[in-house]
Design a protein around this ligand. Structure first.
Ligand code: ADP
Ligand code: MG
Length: 200
């Protein structure tokens, strides 16, 4: 059965929009206080194109989501999340199994790393996305284990020192705060788990 793209789109967008203030507060501690606004603007633009997106097959739909985020999200996170969704759209088959998702996510992470010239442990969204992709590829992942891992990895960015993005300008003062992009990635992963498990 193909994934329920309509619910995935609606729930991911709704959760990100609802978390705008929280994400902006995180970004005000170690950035320029716009991550929540950026993401909200991006996902409102995605919802504005909802009908056109849902008329497309999964791959094309995800590419459109990615292109919309690139165009509408200001800041570093727009091109980065845009690259993530566009690559997922390119790599995922119409009816993906967990192994397909793991492979596509690894491909998207490689593209994201190249785009942002970043790596793991730089205190970015990659520190949530990477471990989740590896976990999915390892076999035996459950919705609960994916949710727990994403939350744990977002929390694990707190003691990290930022090496990439605006937060890196703060040097050691970036330590002690959760990375906003890690938190937005966690929120999206949790939303996807909730929809696929039938909880949302
Ligand atoms: P900006 O930093 O331009 O204000 P946002 O505030 O929307 O953009 O996004 C900040 C988030 O983007 C960070 O919390 C981090 O997770 C992510 N990020 C920033 N630079 C990079 C990079 N080079 N590679 C991966 N992620 C990055
Ligand atoms: Mg910012």
């Amino acid at each position: 059965m193909a994934p329920p793209l309509d619910s995935l789109l609606d729930v991911v967008a709704a959760r990100i929009i609802a978390a705008a203030d929280e994400l902006t507060a995180l970004d005000s501690a170690i950035g320029d206080a716009d991550h929540g606004l950026n993401m909200k603007r991006g996902f409102e633009a995605v919802l504005a194109e909802r009908a056109a997106i849902l008329a497309k097959p999964l791959g094309e739909a995800l590419k459109t989501v990615g292109m919309t985020l690139v165009m509408k999200v200001g800041g570093a996170s727009g091109p980065l999340y845009g690259t993530l969704f566009m690559t997922l759209g390119k790599e995922l088959p119409e009816d993906p199994a967990v192994a397909d998702l793991a492979r596509a996510l690894h491909g998207a992470i490689d593209a994201l790393k190249a785009r942002g010239k970043a790596d793991f442990d730089n205190k970015t969204m990659l520190d949530v996305l990477g471990p989740v992709a590896t976990h999915l590829g390892g076999g035996g992942a459950s919705f609960a284990s994916v949710r727990a891992l994403a939350a744990e990895r977002a929390q694990a960015t707190v003691p990290m020192k930022a090496i990439k993005g605006r937060a890196s300008f703060l040097g050691d003062r970036s330590i002690g705060h959760m990375d906003p992009g890690a938190r937005s990635s966690q929120i999206m992963i949790e939303a996807v788990c909730d929809v696929l498990e039938g909880r949302a």
